[in-house]
Design a protein around this ligand. Structure first.
Ligand code: FEO
Length: 399
């Protein structure tokens, strides 16, 4: 038996709890505690639903909706984002509420048609368009590329809520829907992880949109995203931190990722960590095949540099490293420094040529590439340590 959760006098949470989800958006974002697909019902003279849920959770959403409006009809459905976690239950819902009008951004309409093939007389809206629903009015704000072209936010003036869709989301699954119930450090770590894994490539769009929303001078008491809890008490702090995320503001920290079979590349990685750590640059060291990529990306968001290490596998690198380099290229972190290292047996080329791949990630560290034959000698390790020391001095100057 699923019931709506009251948010304000007129607004209810009618979304779904996906307790068993461990891979958010395929294998792109491993998570530990499940996720929510937030849908919100506004009960005004007109009944309006903000977003739907992933299709497997349709019944849960409908139960929550009916617990509030019974047999009353929904008048408006706002499709803030065409990605399936928010839109795939829409068509089924239209069978239940066939007279509901669907509002969507222009590119959202294109995406809905391209995915679900049926036109529902979608009403296209753009930034600044409004919809009166009784006492209150909805104002639409396009949020292109945060993180799809069609993302949109909706402001409800009566309860001063900004429904922000994917922006400002986090993967917290709980009946305690407001930030007041949590420590800020826990919340912002979750929001940072979400940002790093979903939004990081679009920092410029985020910065522009944060400014555009500030310029609208909306009175905002709540920011209600489509995943996780609702921001209320910590809105100001969270927006300030989001600005830092979007500008990739970095600390004296380096992320070291590697793959190693016989511990030679591992020894290089840990010697680099020693040289950095002993010189006031915090190293975060991860063996890729043993670490969730979501953690690595979260740490990378505010690191100054990324060092990537691999052993040699016949004539190429470890497959995990190849795939990580591709992922790192997609993150658009071009102002972070990147260096490469590894151990090889009889073929040096994969290691010395790593720089050619890594230079597409960010700013390649000149003369950094470390290629060591089989096991590093004491002399090799001293040279690696010295390289890390020099890197630490270099990075400390970059603030
Ligand atoms: Fe939560 Fe872009 O979907």
């Amino acid at each position: 038996m699923k019931k709506a959760i009251k948010i304000t006098d007129n607004v209810y949470y009618v979304g779904a709890h996906d307790y068993n989800l461990r891979d958010f958006h395929g294998s792109m974002y491993p998570i530990n505690e499940g996720a929510t697909y937030n849908a919100y019902l506004i009960v005004d003279e007109k009944i309006t639903l903000i977003d739907t849920v992933e299709i497997d959770f349709y019944d849960e959403m409908l139960e929550r909706i009916r617990s509030i409006i019974g047999d009353r009809m929904i008048d408006n459905i706002i499709i803030q984002h065409a990605e399936s976690d928010h839109s795939s239950a829409f068509m089924k819902l239209m069978n239940e509420y066939p007279k509901a009008k669907a509002y969507v951004s222009i590119s959202g309409k294109r995406a809905m048609l391209a995915q679900f093939f049926k036109d529902y007389d979608y009403q296209s809206v753009k930034t600044g368009d409004t919809l009166n629903i009784g006492r209150g009015t909805l104002t639409f704000i396009e949020m292109p590329m945060i993180h799809w072209p069609d993302n949109m936010a909706t402001y409800f003036d009566d309860d001063r809520i900004l429904f922000s869709n994917d922006a400002f989301g986090q993967h917290i699954i709980s009946f305690k829907k407001f930030d007041d119930d949590y420590d800020y450090s826990y919340l912002i770590a979750k929001a940072k992880e979400y940002y790093a894994n979903i939004v990081m490539p679009y920092g410029k769009n985020v910065l522009n949109k944060l400014k555009a929303i500030a310029d609208l001078e909306l009175a905002i008491d709540y920011i209600a995203p489509s995943h996780g809890i609702i921001w209320h008490k910590y809105i100001g702090k969270m927006l300030a931190d989001y600005k830092d995320f979007a500008s990739l503001k970095s600390k004296d920290k380096v992320v070291i990722v590697y793959e190693s079979v016989w511990n030679n590349t591992k020894t290089i990685a840990e010697t680099l960590a020693e040289g950095l750590g002993q010189n006031d640059i915090e190293p975060k060291v991860y063996k890729l095949s043993k670490t969730d990529s979501s953690l690595i990306l979260s740490e990378l968001l505010d690191a100054k540099a990324l060092l990537i290490g691999s052993g040699c596998y016949n004539n190429t690198l470890a497959s995990e490293i190849c795939s990580f380099i591709d992922k790192a290229i997609s993150l658009n972190i071009k102002d972070k420094y990147v260096g490469t290292f590894g151990s090889y047996g009889w073929n040096k080329l994969p290691i010395v040529n790593m720089d050619k791949k890594a230079e597409n990630i960010g700013i390649l560290l000149e003369d950094f590439n470390i290629a060591i034959n089989y096991a590093p000698t004491q002399e090799d390790l001293e040279a690696v340590y010295e390289k890390a020391q020099k890197l630490a001095e270099f990075l400390k100057e970059k603030n």
